[in-house]
Design a protein around this ligand. Structure first.
Ligand SMILES: [Mn+2]
Length: 339
């Protein structure tokens, strides 16, 4: 963000009366964390503000300050539409293109006459906003919200409430596996230092987020590791999958498989992994890698998806076995780079 953008953002916030904040489909800790941090900030500024997400967020985030007021488009379509129509300022966070907010919200975001500000950490933003704060060399959208408010726009630290700090902290730890990947930035630890100083209890938040799993998640994880993992040591690659029947029999709920993809990468000798899950209307695929193998490029080239160098995702419209077959087949192209 240059000086002009910073001034534009400052003016837009000062003038705004009704603010909407929107984030991506299958919202994760960073989507909810960055949205709610902005929500709590704007509410303290006396604004009328709403967070809109396309579908349900995972239960382990339901303790977060302001989460009780989140509007879920799925099931509350007309309310979401009204809020978006009336908003004079729209924040788009943790997503780089309107379609990431799902079919129903995509058109409404594009058509919205509100002043638009993007705050995101995915590469190649493909969205038309008045102010674009996009930076991929950072842990999370939540860290960017911190930078946006307290470094770029220079709001005083007295405006960093405990609630805001908790939301930002959740976003940072959930997008980095509790600061184990995508986090080699000195600046991140300075930010975390500020959040802890504000009173964030990192140990308690870790328990709330990670030691709060549903029985269905634990059953699915057991099945995944024991029967749904293929390891190709000679290609430094593994993959895991869950078919529609697996999910149904184990009472899958949104968020249950969050982070499952990482298990395929946590073996020695493996630098690339994918996790396929059959969502009925599509196969959702997540990719992870260690080091320089670029899964953003991989997802773009073969699965019409995208994301970051070490973490990306895509939706495959077809059968699970065809998605897996395509994955195995294209691995041959990476002899010499991957293995
Ligand atoms: Mn994120």
């Amino acid at each position: 963000m240059n000086k002009v953008d910073i001034e534009k953002a400052r003016t837009a916030i000062a003038k705004a009366k009704k603010i909407a904040i929107v984030s991506h489909y299958n919202p994760d800790g960073d989507a909810i964390g960055s949205s709610l941090a902005l929500y709590n900030f704007m509410e303290n500024e006396g604004k009328e503000v709403h967070v809109i997400i396309p579908n349900r967020f995972p239960d382990f985030l339901a303790w977060m300050p302001g989460s009780e007021n989140i509007v879920v488009e799925q099931g509350h379509g007309s309310l979401a539409k009204k809020i978006l129509k009336e908003a004079d300022l729209l924040f788009v966070v943790d997503m780089n293109a309107p379609h990431r907010a799902g079919k129903a919200l995509e058109g409404q975001i594009i058509k919205s006459k509100a002043y638009k500000i993007l705050i995101d950490h995915h590469v190649h933003p493909d969205i038309d906003c008045d102010v674009m704060y996009s930076c991929s060399k950072t842990t999370s959208a939540s860290e960017l919200v911190y930078n946006f408010l307290y470094k770029k726009l220079k709001y005083g630290k007295e405006k960093l409430s405990l609630a805001i700090a908790q939301c930002l902290y959740v976003g940072i730890i959930t997008d980095t596996g509790s600061l184990t990947y995508s986090c080699n930035y000195a600046e991140t630890y300075t930010t975390v230092h500020q959040l802890i100083k504000k009173g964030v209890d990192g140990e308690e938040i870790h328990r709330l987020v990670y030691d709060n799993y549903s029985e269905s998640r634990m059953r699915l994880l057991g099945l995944l590791l024991s029967q749904r993992m293929k390891v190709m040591k000679n290609k430094a690659t593994s993959y895991t999958y869950l078919d529609a029947d697996d999910l149904k029999r184990n009472n899958y709920k949104t968020g249950d498989t969050e982070g499952f993809v990482n298990y395929g990468l946590s073996m020695n000798g493996i630098i690339f992994t994918a996790f396929f899950s059959d969502r009925g209307d599509r196969i959702h695929v997540s990719f992870r890698s260690k080091g320089t193998f670029d899964v953003n490029l991989f997802a773009r080239k073969h699965f019409n998806g995208g994301g970051h160098r070490n973490a990306s995702a895509a939706d495959y419209f077809g059968k699970l076995e065809d998605a897996i077959a395509l994955f195995e087949q294209v691995l041959d192209e990476y002899e010499g780079t991957l293995y």
